[in-house]
Design a protein. Sequence first.
Length: 177
Amino acid sequence: MESRPNAIIYWTLLADKEWSFYIAASEKGLSYVGSQQKPFEEMSEWVTRRFPGSELVQDDEKMASYVQELIEYLQGKRQMFSIPFDYHGTPFQLTVWKALCEIPYGQTWSYSDIATYIQKPAAVRAVGAAIGANPILITVPCHRVIGKNGTLTGYRGGLEMKTRLLNLESGKLAQEL
């Protein structure tokens, strides 16, 4: 895993209606999307682990394009993201995260679907671990992964956040608002 000492990691709090979570980006792109209603420490601890020696700098202006696209998504006005990503992981994690981006908006795949898609059908547990390590919630749509039997399974943002995102994509959230 690549580390870039002394890198600047920019951050902001995305707060829109009932949504509130921290996001962070490097000079190269979005690096982190936090869990709904979690404290700043969730993000700062992640940055300390992934970018040792880096400096966390709040810069709402620099983060504006990321916030804009995420808000558009949360309001049901965007289905795909055009913002750059800067995520780092093992080659296997990167393969899984790229596969997550292939899941169409409004659809779900199972962990075994992802394992088959990446041509490692026996690696279902490893796929689950890689999905759990996804640093960029929502934009790398791990919320679209469910159990083989159709049940909702773990999600770093919590099952309530996962349910809300799936309902948003299926059009059910618009009916709730």
